[in-house]
Ligand binder design. Structure first.
Ligand code: NAP
Length: 276
């Protein structure tokens, strides 16, 4: 078994994830895994970094597929006895112009952004080694999406006592409510992507709390962050930041020094803790 530190970035064949891997290849003292749901796209991305003189390793990972997540988990367990850095970056967003029925957009978006990310955490968080770092990539849309929620929902999402089960029930209810076309009446905003990222942000706060309760001595730091508005296939060419600039906050959180006792359980933008 290798003692080399290891970092894993989900959805990193392009966009912000690819830029995160590029930065980690330069700054992380260990093995950096670029992962992608499509092995061809993943290998191509690794080759592109190779041309820049950077060495990333590849492992397949489709966060919608439990078998794929578990295969990565078993690989990390066997080869490294765990992992040191996990960046949950993989995500999807329907374009504003997309005419797919809202209920379908809600189900598909929540499946990857919330439930897929959560499944990765269920399988990989127990493997994170002491002094490890976990970064969940959320978005700036959480602020407007939260303001668009009913007072009752806002209170639940801001609660320091909300449990993972309660959050999962709420995210499931959102999808069910869109199918019955009652989501607005039930206090939800009209944004599937926004709700999915509220889910990621609240999940991160719950996971940080659980680490405090169950693994305090391990000094693991877990946060969510917004990369900013970044020029990728998701956000388009008019966005203000380059992918490398978008990678800065996630990479900052992934490389916090081992003697740092925070941030932990926070949401950051431009390397700054945001109020929630
Ligand atoms: P992107 O260019 O569309 O890249 C998304 C990445 O996620 C791709 O590698 C994609 O793989 C991967 N992915 C999607 N579904 C996956 C799955 N089921 N399993 C594994 N990988 C999957 O988007 P981006 O702008 O870089 O976004 C990266 C993250 O930042 C997302 O979580 C996004 O919500 C968040 N974000 C972006 C912005 C922005 O302005 N760009 C702002 C706020 C937050 P394929 O190539 O196979 O599709």
């Amino acid at each position: 078994m290798s003692n080399t530190p290891v970092a894993v970035v989900t959805g990193s064949n392009k966009g912000i994830g690819f830029a995160i891997v590029r930065a980690l290849c330069k700054q992380f003292p260990g093995d950096v895994y670029l992962t992608a749901r499509d092995a061809g796209r993943g290998q191509e991305a690794v080759a592109k970094l190779q041309e820049e003189g950077l060495h990333a390793l590849f492992h397949q990972l489709d966060i919608d597929d439990l078998q794929s997540i578990r295969a990565l988990r078993d690989f990390l367990k066997e080869k490294y006895g765990g992992l040191n850095v996990l960046i949950n970056n993989a995500g999807i967003a329907f374009k504003v112009k997309d005419t797919t029925p809202f209920a379908v957009q809600a189900e598909v978006t929540l499946k990857t952004n919330f439930f897929g990310t959560r499944n990765v955490c269920i399988e990989l968080l127990p493997l994170v080694k002491p002094y490890g770092k976990v970064v969940n990539v959320s978005s700036m849309v959480i602020n407007s999406a939260l303001r668009g929620c009913s007072q009752e929902l806002q209170q639940k999402f801001r609660s320091d006592a909300i449990t993972e089960d309660e959050l999962v029930k709420l995210m499931t209810k959102f999808v069910e409510d869109t199918k019955k076309s009652v989501h607005e009446k039930e206090g939800w905003p009209n944004t599937a992507y926004g709700v999915s990222k509220i889910g990621v942000t609240v999940l991160s706060k719950i996971q940080a709390r659980m680490l405090n309760e169950k693994r305090k001595g391990d000094h693991i730091l877990l946060n969510s962050c917004c990369p900013g508005w970044v020029r990728t296939d998701m956000a388009g060419p008019n966005a203000t930041k380059s992918p490398d600039e978008g990678a800065e906050t996630p990479v900052y959180l992934a490389l916090l020094p081992s003697d740092a006792d925070g941030p932990h359980g926070q949401h950051l933008s431009d390397k700054t803790v945001q109020t929630w």
